[in-house]
Write a protein that binds this ligand. Structure first.
Ligand code: ADP
Length: 251
């Protein structure tokens, strides 16, 4: 069975400074359908958004964000597991850092854990270990982490579910005539230097971190698909029906 990684950003998981239970339910419903056809690993942000309703500290300070994430991570997992239960499924939590992928031994053990979870029909849910690692908390919102997860844990495809429905020739929030690129084979160095566009109180990503993730995967003969996490119809068509209606495929 083919293995895929789905990464979902903070934007998609939260609304009005808190987790959006409705969007998480839609996501889980999609993941459960995907699990019929593929081995699925989820990389989920959202710990800070989940923790903020309990611990309202100033998010500008890194240590505060780390503390909020520590409060929010179990909330996030509990929300996922409540929704998964409705479909007779369970999720497992893995907190990783980029350094884990530098160590062959740690990477091997993490992969064995993932393999065992997948063999047993459990959904592995990965997030950055925010208390010790801060790269993704500072910048990246798990885009980089998910590309490493996809490559090192043997997936063929990374699906990024974003607030944007694909990769455009220019920022669609700034230019009305921006056109979506459906298939991208190569990323130019100039595209990787575009201005960082994280514009949301919780999110720390932007299109550049997504392009870097895509670049890493292209270099390793893997693919990446960006589609909307608000409206899952494009990703459903592509993954469940094999029809590429919308969304961008890097391959
Ligand atoms: P997420 O929170 O889903 O990870 P981000 O908000 O961090 O996503 O990044 C996506 C944003 O990047 C889009 O909403 C868009 O405003 C911006 N962006 C800038 N340039 C582009 C582009 N060429 N194509 C698509 N989005 C772009």
């Amino acid at each position: 069975m083919k293995r895929v990684v789905v990464k979902v950003g903070t934007h998609v998981l939260s609304a009005q400074n808190r987790l959006s239970k409705e969007r998480i339910l839609n996501l889980v419903e999609f993941l459960v359908a995907l699990m019929e056809k593929y081995e699925v690993i989820l990389v989920s942000s959202g710990a800070v958004a989940a923790g903020y309703s309990i611990l309202k500290l100033d998010k500008k300070l890194l240590h505060n964000r780390q503390a909020i994430a520590a409060v929010g991570q179990p909330q996030l997992m509990s929300t996922y597991n409540k929704k998964l239960e409705r479909f007779g499924k369970s999720g497992a939590q893995l907190l990783l850092t980029a350094d884990d992928f530098d160590s062959r031994k740690r990477c091997y053990h993490a992969k064995c854990t993932i393999d065992t979870l997948l063999e047993n029909g459990i959904l592995p849910i990965i997030n950055e270990n925010d208390a010790t690692a801060t790269e993704e908390l500072v910048f990246g919102d798990n885009d980089q982490l998910s590309s490493r997860v996809a490559y090192y844990f043997g997936a063929d495809l990374l699906i990024l579910l974003s607030d944007i429905d694909g990769y455009y020739d220019k920022d669609p929030h700034k230019y009305e005539d921006a056109k979506m690129r459906k298939i991208v084979h190569e990323i130019e160095p100039s595209e990787l230097e575009m201005e960082k566009s994280a514009n949301f109180a919780f999110a720390t990503g932007g299109i550049v971190t997504k392009l870097k993730a895509a670049q890493f995967l292209l270099e390793h003969q893997k693919s990446m698909f960006i589609a909307s996490g608000f409206d899952l119809s494009d990703v459903k068509s592509y993954m469940l029906e094999g029809v590429h209606k919308g969304g961008t495929l890097f391959t």
